[in-house]
Every structure is written in C-alpha cells, then in structure tokens.
Design a protein around this ligand. Structure first.
Ligand code: GLA
Length: 351
C-alpha cells in the first residue's frame, strides 16, 4: 500500500485543500480530499490491466465549491429529500433549507461536500485510508444538535473501497449520511451508462409524488421496469412507460434492502461488459438510491470534460428519503449521545 499527499488548490475563502491518494498492491487507487470529504478519483484496472478513473469529478478544489450535481460528495446532514423542507422532532417543528423547489435535498444550501474537514491518515499492511471529521454546529442547515461526525475511507488489497460513517449528537437530531459518487466503469467522460448492467437485490421500492417525495408506500418491483433482480442494461427500460420513471426522468428510485445494521451485505452490482470492470455494492443501511444521472449536467470536470445526462450512475446507500416524516419507514431519530455507525463498500473486480 502507498499513500501520497498533495495540494488540491485553495478555496475562495483561502483554505488549502489536500488530496490524499491510496494505491494498493494491484495498482488500484482512490483519491479523496479534506474539502467536503469528496471522493475525487477511483482508478481501476480492466480485464486487460488498463487503468481508468471510474469516478466523475474535478481537477481541483474549485470544482467542489460549486458542485451542483454532488459529484463524489459526502452528503449530510440528511441525504435525499425532506418533503416540505420540514420535520417535527420531540414536538418541535424544524424548517430546513429549501434547496429543491419546496423541499430540502441533500442537506442544505451549504452541503457537507462543501465544508472543510479535519483529517487523520490510517495505514495498515493490507489497507490505507483517512478519517475526515467535523463538528456540525446545532442548527446548521436548520438541524438541531451539535453533531460530531466522521467518515473513514479505506482502500484494501482486495480492491474494496470502504466507507464508514460515525456520528454522535448532544441533542436528539435526524441523520442520513450517504456518498454521491457517480460511476462510469468505462472511465469518466466516456459517454452514457446505458450499456452498463445493473443488479439490485430488492423486491420493493418507495414510489414518490411528482416532486420525488416518497408517498409512504413500499411497492413491489415485480412486473415493473424497476425490477433489477435479474441483471439488465440500464438503457433497456430507463424510458419505459411507468409513472415513477416519468416523475424522475428515468432511474432515480430508493430500493428497500434486506440488510442488518452493522453487517455489510451485497445489495447491488454494476458491470461494464466492454471493459470487464465490475463493482459490487455492500451496505448495512435499509435503502439505496439507484440514480442514473438524469439531471447530470456538469461543465468543466476532470481534464475539462463535461458530464451530461446519464453519463454516470450513483448507488447512494441511505435511510429511505423523507423517513423523518414517514413513521412507517425503517428509521429512527438519532438520540442525544447515541453513537451512529454505518458501513458501505464499493468493491471492484475485473472479469
Ligand atoms: C439524488 C436524487 C436525484 C438528484 C441527485 C442530485 O440522487 O435522488 O433526484 O437530485 O441526487 O442531482
């Protein structure tokens, strides 16, 4: 394992960002930055040993300051949408940032992916990584409780990229952390993901209204174009005639998973048949947002590349969107002084 540290540029406020790169014994590497705990690069060999960067992103910190599509972002305090941008906790109603029409999307106007974090490097014989941490002050983005949180990124010699979340608050609060990396296993900026094959081990999903707020129903995927229990190309059914595909402009749904807290379970795979690169997704969270980049429109990514609609795909492990307003969903507020831990793994294979 090898760790390198280099400058990643200076933010408009004058903060110096650092890029950390971890390279394993197979030549796979992951680069992450303390600015926003963003995942910047994931370089993976294909079946012939050719390495490509499979994560969409930017060449320096400036891109991450205005990262409207959340490329590589750590998302907090509350991932995905909160209907009406409000929730009630212990009898008090909190109003949070309306970042998406009438609703809150991915935390607030200043998301965690745009905040500087402390860092601590970790290295072992078969793994290397970094822990990014921060104190999110009470009422930041409108959420109660001073929240001490961290995310640990680790690359192993088994080609696993492990993401571990930890958080503790001094008051009851609500929490939903995720990672918003866009993957294109043919390499970033290599066109649409229509030919990528997807498998999701889920029998049901959470339908939404026209503003993509879950209605509270958990519906079977059986007989719908949202069924990925048998692997299929993303392009096959993405524009099928189905109300949830129409509402979202394609695949952008939360799938209910058969997971247990603390136990990272294989829940989805993504494969690019041409390069032979395959990614396995493991998580202990109850849901995953399978988002095929329908709203993706980012200019000036890495190497000046533009990233257009459906040129990257996200697997955002999470509690169901809007859980804080839907008691039937599998989620609970984070109690004062209770420790939150969760794990998600992206594992890469070439075949
Ligand atoms: C999530 C949402 C999408 C979209 C993206 C960000 O994946 O589910 O609807 O908002 O984030 O562009």
């Amino acid at each position: 394992m090898k760790t390198t540290t280099e400058s990643f540029g200076v933010t408009k406020d004058g903060a110096k960002a650092t890029l950390f790169t971890f390279t394993n014994d197979n030549g796979m590497s992951v680069s992450v930055t303390d600015f926003g705990a963003n995942v910047v690069k994931i370089c993976v060999p294909d079946k012939n040993g050719n390495i490509a960067d499979v994560a969409l992103g930017f060449d320096d910190v400036k891109g991450y300051e205005t990262n409207e599509n959340y490329l590589g972002a750590l998302v907090g305090r509350y991932a995905n949408r909160i209907g009406g941008a409000k929730f009630t906790l212990n009898g008090t109603t909190y109003e949070v940032d309306k970042t998406n029409g009438n609703n809150c999307l991915h935390g607030g106007f200043k998301p965690y992916g745009a905040m500087m974090h402390e860092y601590e490097l970790n290295e072992d014989e078969d793994s290397a990584g970094v822990t990014f941490s921060r104190l999110s002050p009470g009422m930041e983005q409108g959420f109660p409780g001073n929240l001490d949180y961290s995310v640990t990124y680790t690359l192993t010699n088994d080609n696993e990229f492990i993401i571990e979340y930890f958080a503790v608050s001094d008051k009851d609060t609500i929490l939903n952390l995720t990672n918003h990396t866009y993957f294109n296993l043919a390499g970033e900026a290599s066109g649409s993901v229509y030919d990528h094959l997807v498998w999701i081990d889920s029998d049901s999903y959470t339908p939404t209204d026209a503003e993509l707020i879950p209605t509270g129903v958990v519906a079977p995927v059986e007989g719908t174009p949202l069924d990925f229990r048998t692997e299929k190309p993303i392009g096959r059914d993405i524009d099928a005639d189905h109300i949830d595909l129409k509402n979202a402009g394609g695949f952008d749904q939360n799938y209910a998973l058969k997971t247990t807290p603390g136990d990272a379970t294989l829940v989805a795979t993504l494969k690019d048949p041409a390069s032979g690169r395959k990614m396995e997704v493991y998580t202990d969270l109850p849901g995953i947002q399978f988002y095929a980049g329908n709203f993706l429109d980012t200019k000036n990514g890495k190497g000046g590349h533009d990233y257009g609609r459906r040129e990257g795909v996200c697997f955002e492990s999470q509690f169901f969107p809007n859980s804080c307003n839907i008691p039937a969903f599998p989620w609970k507020p984070l109690k004062a002084d209770e420790e939150f831990n969760s794990i998600t793994v992206y594992k890469f294979i070439s075949e």
